[in-house]
Ligand binder design. Structure first.
Ligand code: ARG
Length: 464
């Protein structure tokens, strides 16, 4: 490709080739469809790079200001909707082309001492740090919706399930908050991912470090990074920060999916514990009676996409030799897809939760007397029976009730007396679910004071 053609197509490379790239190569190589959204960050880092080149004596003070104001005008063109041209290979190329239009000759000096390898790694980290902030805010919104619902459910009882079989009664707030704390852990993971992203690769060049004395500390300050990368080879090939973020997001997707699954079950006619708000229910084209929880089902479904993004990235990185390899261009597809998915899902899940109405009567009615079987055994243990002995005695009572088609509360007193000599009349209060719950004041348990403390703690995390 001749120098003239280079200028026309504005490639950042090509001088060493006698003919231009085959269209099939161009097509596969072109990443602007994916990386276009990096433009604000690439412009920001380019402005900082111009300053640093000024400090290094590569750009005159006049060039620095022409390049920086040119980049501001390029940003304005992006903001006004400037589209890529057919020859823009990636966002870095497009910005370079527009900067030449805006700033002329000094634009040709900006790429001194840097490479798209350290550039893309830096821009992607800046984008990632921003995106983490957006996801955190959305997670907080969802947590807020959960705590608001939990406060309304504090004194309502619902079965807690193990193996999806009725296990023990709990405060419905306790159930709701069981979905709050996993998101709190996700937020810790996101904060860690942000720390990993906040290491600056700029200055690493293509692989060996820039040959010009650019002040990295100045770049770090300008761009708000926590530190600079300690090894240029590592810096241009390191995508751990994306893998860490994708893991955190895959787990968030998993948590949303589990919440969704609970709510989908609870909204079925068989459970009938919740009704979805009109704004978050969909109908059926055929069956007029339907009220479907599509947002929740999509939350359950999208969890797998985000997990797929994590696996795709890890398998991309795993076989790579050190330094930058073009395979890494795929990193942004996975990163953007996962963030986009969650930015769509989180508001829909938060809205679904905020607009739920709970059917307290159905919830309470589902708390059947055999769910207090453990309390009967604990009663005997308090009277010095061994737990094993007590478990056997209560098991026999439960079998008898089952055989007679009765609730434990409907069994004659004689059955209790026959099941274990330590049973006395006062055992019957153990069959009251409110009584059962009141025994569980242990920290983290479902007792009324423990739940109140948990609610206060959750509210406190959200800032009241
Ligand atoms: N579009 C590329 C990417 O996303 C930019 C870096 C290209 N570097 C190179 N030497 N070809 O990874």
């Amino acid at each position: 490709m001749s120098g003239g053609e280079d200028a026309k197509t504005h490639k950042l490379w090509g001088g060493r080739f006698s003919e231009g790239p085959h269209p099939a190569l161009d097509a596969v190589n072109r990443s602007i469809g994916v990386d276009f959204r990096l433009w604000p960050h690439d412009i920001r880092l380019s402005k900082a790079w111009a300053l640093a080149l000024g400090e290094a004596g590569v750009l005159s003070a006049d060039d620095v200001s022409r390049v920086r104001s040119g980049l501001d005008r390029v940003a304005a063109r992006f903001a006004a909707g400037a589209p890529p041209s057919a020859t823009d290979e990636d966002i870095h190329t497009m910005i370079d082309r527009l900067l030449h239009e805006e700033a002329g000759e000094p634009a040709s000096r900006l790429h001194t001492g840097r490479s798209r390898n350290d550039q893309v790694a830096t821009a992607t980290r800046l984008w990632t740090i921003d995106a983490i902030g957006r996801i955190e805010a959305l997670l907080r919104d969802l947590q807020r919706a959960m705590v608001t619902q939990a406060e309304l459910l504090e004194h309502d009882l619902v079965p807690a399930y193990t193996h999806l079989q009725r296990a023990q009664p709990v405060s419905a707030a306790h159930w709701m908050l069981a979905h709050f704390w996993p998101l709190e852990r996700d937020l810790v993971r996101l904060a860690n991912a942000r720390r990993s992203a906040a290491v600056m690769p700029l200055g690493s060049g293509a692989i060996a470090g820039s040959a010009f004395p650019v002040p990295r500390a100045l770049l770090q300050r300008e761009l708000g990074f926590d530190s600079v990368s300690p090894n240029s080879i590592d810096a241009v090939g390191d995508r751990d920060f994306i893998a860490e973020l994708l893991f955190a997001l895959a787990l968030t997707g998993t948590h949303l999916s589990r919440l969704a699954e609970d709510l989908i079950l609870f909204g079925s006619s068989e459970f009938g514990f919740v009704r979805y708000g009109d704004g978050f229910s969909t109908g059926s084209s055929m069956m007029p009676q339907k009220r479907n929880p599509d947002a929740l089902e999509l939350a359950r479904g999208s969890g797998s996409r985000v997990l797929g993004d994590l696996v795709a990235l890890l398998s991309t990185i795993k076989g790579l030799p050190s330094g930058y390899n073009k395979d890494l261009q795929e990193d942004k597809r996975t990163l953007f897809d996962a963030i986009d998915s969650l930015e769509l899902l989180l508001p829909a899940v938060a809205g679904s939760v905020a607009t739920l109405t709970f059917n307290r009567t159905r919830m309470r009615a589902a708390v059947s007397s055999t769910m207090m079987a453990t309390d009967l055994a604990d009663y005997l243990v308090r009277k010095r029976a061994t737990f094993r002995d007590a478990h056997g005695a209560v098991g026999r009572l439960v079998r008898e009730a089952e055989e007679k088609g009765l609730e434990l509360t409907e069994l004659p007193w004689g059955s209790f007396a026959a099941a274990h000599p330590l049973f006395e009349q006062d055992v019957l209060k153990e069959l009251d679910p409110a009584h059962t719950v009141s025994h569980r004041e242990i920290e983290g348990g479902t007792g009324p004071s423990a739940v109140k403390a948990q609610l206060t703690r959750a509210r406190g995390i959200l800032g009241g």
